[in-house]
Ligand binder design. Structure first.
Ligand code: FE2
Length: 271
């Protein structure tokens, strides 16, 4: 039996966020460094890292240079998709290995396809320039359909920033994936080999089902968004413990997702 693949999912580092946004209580670049160190110390070491968007706060080149330096200590491949706070082409220029977009990608997007140890990884760029919500247009979904067809019966993992379903956090639901979700669900259901969809954007760990496949939203490696399910609740950031998601995948068992807290919680008490 082959060893499961271990995938660390990091999300929403917002490097470059002004310190006064969080009352000076969180340096997001330092938080990213802590998350990277956390991944590097995991035993067993993850086979790869997927970064599900909002790497930077304003999409400036200097922010991506700092992110590249932070990620440089990781020995495994790192793949990323942009979020609504990112500037996709600036991110690509600074992190070319993390966004290996090829000539056949839909124009002006950071969609790409790589494979790792038998798992096909398809990155979807849901960014709508200048807007907080996400969308997948027809050229992107056509490309996804062609890419899925090329994969035949091989297992596929999709990753993108904006979740395609509402969660009850209304202020975030208003800026989730607002276009293309129905066809995406139909493609996931029709293809049948999609092992899961990994998203970010919500700054909370959330599990759902989408097109018959597991959908996981990773928490932020920096600040979290308050879990407030009241109608019309205002959006609030909270300094809950930063977290990463750790996915254990095998063809036989599919996706098993853990949440790993970033911080020093001791070595554990023998039980
Ligand atoms: Fe974010």
């Amino acid at each position: 039996m082959t060893m499961p693949l271990l995938i660390a999912q990091l999300s929403d580092s917002h490097v470059g966020m002004a310190l006064d946004v969080l009352e000076g209580r969180l340096d997001t670049l330092a938080a990213l460094h802590r998350a990277v160190a956390h991944v590097a110390c995991l035993d067993p070491l993850p086979d790869l890292v997927l970064f599900t968007g909002d790497l930077a706060e304003r999409g400036h080149a200097a922010e991506y240079e700092a992110i590249a330096q932070a990620l440089a200590s990781l020995p495994m491949p790192v793949y990323a998709v942009p979020g609504n706070h990112d500037h996709p082409s600036v991110a690509r220029d600074a992190l070319p290995a993390c966004m290996p977009v090829r000539a056949d990608a839909p124009a002006q997007t950071c969609c790409y396809h790589v494979q790792h140890a038998g798992l096909q990884l398809i990155a979807l760029d849901t960014v709508v320039p200048g807007r907080p919500h996400g969308a997948l247009d027809s050229p992107q979904l056509d490309w996804l359909e062609r890419t899925l067809a090329r994969c035949h019966d091989q297992p596929v993992l999709l990753f993108m920033h904006h979740p395609p379903l509402p969660t009850g956090i209304e202020a975030m639901d208003a800026c989730s994936l607002l276009e293309g979700g129905d066809r995406l669900a139909a493609l996931v259901r029709g293809y049948g080999q999609v092992q899961g969809l990994l998203c970010g954007h919500l700054h909370r760990p959330v599990q759902m089902s989408f097109g018959g496949a597991p959908l996981h939203v990773a928490p932020s490696v920096a600040h979290q968004i308050a879990l407030d399910l009241r109608p019309e609740a205002p959006l609030r950031a909270r300094l809950e413990p930063p977290k990463i998601s750790l996915h254990r995948w095998s063809a036989a068992l599919g996706l098993c997702t853990h949440t790993s807290y970033v911080g020093d919680f001791g070595r554990g008490i023998p039980l």
